[in-house]
Write a protein that binds this ligand. Structure first.
Ligand code: G
Ligand code: G
Ligand code: MN
Ligand code: NA
Length: 253
């Protein structure tokens, strides 16, 4: 309850901010960023979303917070579009189950896109498997409606949830995100390597792009490359960056 009051206050006082973690292709070019929310708490300092997203979901405060995250991510997309490489960047935004399940979700996303002036084709929505399984028909409808406007969809933490391959077959996804738990021990555990190879084959056969997250070492990046992976995100390339740091990261020199 205390956290709820604090979250509410944090929202009204503008204590939340977005960090952005770059995503790179095989040549090392930045192809996109993932927006990751942070809470700059007046007493506790920077609070991780792992600590407050569950509470925000339980209290429903994820709805106004999620709306703000979409607005801020789209505003950043517009700022980036004016920069040196910005025109081609994707902005990945994590959307929580409660937010996605709102009947007005599609209308909300379209309203934020329209009022920000962001290019819908640059927005990539990250969903998790468990979120999709609950009401697959309505999930497919929502994804299809937004895809008609050019919005892309990525399946986050892939392989860790309760996904069924028959659902995967029906979902019009653009990208699978190999969960960092499979990347972490990739060089040490042959089972992780087998899973990564299986995800790559699945993506290729179904025409869905694959990105690996949590890439921390050059050895992991090279092995992922040998598995056919051409899209990467992780501390090896960059930690999540503030808006200022991101613009510096993207400018030549
Ligand atoms: O940035 P990081 O370590 O600290 O994120 C921790 C968790 O919080 C991850 O599971 C991530 O998906 C989630 N998360 C980060 N940013 C957002 C966001 O903007 N919205 C939602 N719903 N989850 C987020
Ligand atoms: O659930 P989701 O995949 O959205 O969460 C992403 C989380 O992973 C964020 O908390 C982000 O800070 C974290 N992260 C990003 N890159 C790395 C990495 O290379 N190693 C580790 N351990 N965590 C990472
Ligand atoms: Mn994510
Ligand atoms: Na993930």
């Amino acid at each position: 309850a205390m956290l709820e009051a604090e979250l509410r206050q944090g929202l009204s006082r503008g204590e939340f901010l977005l960090y952005y973690q770059p995503q790179l292709d095989s040549e090392g070019a930045v192809t996109g960023v993932e927006a990751l929310v942070r809470w700059r708490h007046p007493q506790r300092g920077m609070v991780s979303p792992a600590e407050f997203i569950p509470a925000a979901e339980d209290t429903g405060l994820i709805l106004p917070l999620g709306r703000w995250i979409l607005e801020e991510a789209c505003a950043q997309l517009v700022r980036l579009a004016g920069g040196p490489v910005g025109q081609d960047l994707h902005m990945s935004v994590n959307v929580s189950a409660l937010q996605f399940r709102q009947p007005g979700f599609v209308a909300d996303v379209l309203a934020v896109l329209a009022s920000s002036g962001a290019d819908p084709r640059r927005l990539k929505i990250e969903l998790t498997e468990s979120l999709l399984v609950e009401d697959i028909e309505s999930a497919i409808d929502k994804i299809q409606l937004l895809k008609r406007h050019g919005v892309c969809f990525s399946l986050d933490d892939f392989g860790t949830g309760y996904s069924s391959l028959s659902y995967l077959k029906r979902l019009p996804l653009d990208q699978l995100k190999i969960d960092q738990s499979f990347v972490h021990n990739l060089l040490l555990d042959a089972r992780d390597l087998a899973i990564v190879n299986a995800i790559m084959a699945l993506g290729q056969a179904m025409g869905i792009a694959v990105i690996a997250e949590g890439v921390e070492t050059q050895a992991q990046r090279e092995l992922l490359g040998r598995c056919g992976c051409t899209s990467f995100q992780g501390y090896l390339f960059s930690r999540p960056l503030s808006s200022e740091q991101l613009h510096a990261f993207l400018s030549p020199h």
